[in-house]
Ligand binder design. Structure first.
Ligand SMILES: Cc1cc2nc3c(=O)[nH]c(=O)nc-3n(C[C@H](O)[C@H](O)[C@H](O)COP(=O)(O)OP(=O)(O)OC[C@H]3O[C@@H](n4cnc5c(N)ncnc54)[C@H](O)[C@@H]3O)c2cc1C
Length: 462
């Protein structure tokens, strides 16, 4: 059974995922496809060496609880979740000499938040000084540009304008400028509206901040490349495989695993039985929207360290006209829960507006979370909110020119009206459990920060 369960799939592109539905730059895709093919040929051998693929599998007496009867296997490092952060962590651990298994509930990598975002390489302007978001974004940006240039991952350093459209907003640009400097972002330029409008004739604003180091990246090519690197270094990835919980026992960490399709038979969060128990020396919970629900099912982890999740959907609308009215990314000032309905341009020149902020009730049961059964639908009537907001800085936006695009959901640690929270990266130093690293609240700028998050984890916890 495990030969079938722990199999790798070889997607040519991530079909059906919003930000990935466009054509990729063929060079990195073909490059990574070749890497994945070689990697998948090695998978069975690696699994056998780890004892996961059937041959030589040992059965030890079950400890207690849910896992009784399931085969138990030792592993070195296990990463839960093959989003951009999980893949970056897997690659970095493999580069540090760890033997890595990535367990992913979906049939492919990057089908969660990592394919439902703006694909912007953030500069590090907004986040409180000395926060993880600030330091990891600034470091991650530098690492990401270098990585993309070296590996042929499509990206463009377009630059962005943060615009004040009302007199009451202009002081906020000064505050952002000061904040950015404290974060080590020293290249911002404050300019009069006239100067910004010369750069962007369709724009209307009173003042603007130009951020030259902001850019865009093809997130799917980036993830394919990370995956290829990790596999070439011996990482095994197991799709359609869900971690359903775990236990901190006498033997250390144990992770309860079953085929994702088994979960379908357990509606409403009722317990599925594990089909395999992994005993990792190092466990990284990088399950994105499910990281907190999963940590809540790690028995033995003091739940005082597990925050309550909050979810905020962000919808995008695309501009029907083919020629982009802007050459820079255009951002209004931040709003509660997000950084404002902004203009992003993808690598094919397609313009999208978003994301807005729509708080969800957060009542999803763990099984629905693990299977990514969130509601990603975009209600077409929400465009009535977009038109007036966008027209503040783009008055020529024509009626009927916005079309529903896609949505993503932010894994937040603070709710409506509360101050924004930082990334939470918890290791033994915080929760006391050797080998367990939890990643909570990895919302924006998680894509930009992914390589730096991985570096941080390897340097502290590996
Ligand atoms: C609307 C929006 C816009 C954004 N824009 C930007 C941006 O422009 N720039 C930027 O830097 N960041 C942006 N972000 C943030 C960025 O997208 C995320 O921080 C990043 O993608 C998080 O990656 P991840 O790997 O942590 O999570 P995910 O991509 O969600 O990956 C988690 C993976 O875990 C798997 N999983 C879940 N539960 C289980 C389980 N029990 N067992 C096994 N596998 C499991 C899931 O299937 C999924 O593949 C944005 C986010 C949103 C929502």
């Amino acid at each position: 059974m495990w030969c079938l369960l722990f199999c790798t799939s070889i997607p040519l592109a991530v079909a059906g995922t919003p930000a990935g539905s466009r054509a990729h730059d063929p060079v990195p895709v073909l490059h990574c496809y070749a890497q994945r093919t070689r990697g998948s040929e090695r998978v069975m051998l690696l699994l056998r060496r780890l004892g996961l693929a059937g041959a030589g599998r040992r059965r030890r007496p079950a400890a207690r609880g849910l896992a009784s009867g399931a085969p138990r296997e030792a592993a070195d490092a296990v990463v839960v979740g093959a989003g951009v952060v999980g893949l970056a962590v897997a690659r970095a651990l493999a580069m540090a000499g760890r033997e890595v298994v990535v367990v992913e509930a979906a049939p492919s990598f990057g089908t969660g938040t990592s394919s439902r975002n703006s694909e912007v390489i953030h500069a590090g302007i907004y986040y409180p000084p000395r926060s993880l978001k600030a330091s990891l974004c600034v470091r991650g940006k530098e690492m990401l540009y270098k990585y993309c240039a070296e590996r042929g991952v499509a990206h463009k350093q377009l630059g962005k304008l943060i615009v004040a459209t009302g007199a009451a907003e202009t002081g906020k640009l000064d505050m952002l400028l000061r904040n950015a400097k404290q974060n080590g972002v020293n290249d911002l330029q404050l300019m009069e509206g006239s100067q910004a409008m010369e750069m962007e004739p369709e724009l209307r604003c009173l003042k603007a901040l130009l951020s030259p180091s902001t850019g865009i990246v093809d997130s799917h090519s980036f993830m394919l490349s990370l995956l290829g690197d990790a596999e070439n270094l011996g990482t095994t990835i197991s799709y359609n495989t869900a971690v359903i919980g775990g236990h901190v026992g006498y033997e250390g960490l144990e992770l309860h695993i079953c085929e994702s399709k088994e979960l379908q038979n357990h509606p409403g969060g009722s317990h599925a039985s594990p089909q395999l128990v992994l005993l990792p020396k190092l466990l990284i919970d990088s399950a994105g929207l499910s990281a907190i629900p999963l940590a809540k099912r790690l028995y033995g982890l003091d739940q005082a360290f597990v925050p309550n999740p909050h979810y905020a959907r962000g919808c995008y609308f695309t501009l029907s006209q083919t020629k982009s009215p802007f050459s820079h990314l255009i951002y209004p000032l931040p709003e509660d829960g997000g950084i404002g309905v902004h203009v992003t341009i993808d690598l094919n020149g397609l313009v999208r507006f978003g994301p807005d902020v729509e708080w969800l009730d957060g009542g999803e049961d763990p099984v629905s979370c693990f299977l990514n059964r969130f509601d990603y639908s975009v209600n077409p009537t929400r465009c009535s909110v977009f038109y007036p907001v966008v027209r503040k800085y783009f008055p020529n936006l024509k009626d009927g020119s916005l079309e529903p695009g896609y949505s993503g959901i932010r894994p937040k640690l603070s709710g409506p009206g509360q101050p924004p929270s930082d990334f939470v990266i918890q290791g033994q130093d915080i929760h006391g459990i050797p080998g367990l690293v939890n990643l909570f609240g990895i919302e924006s700028p998680g894509l930009t920060s992914s390589l730096a998050i991985a570096e941080h984890i390897v340097s502290r916890y590996s």
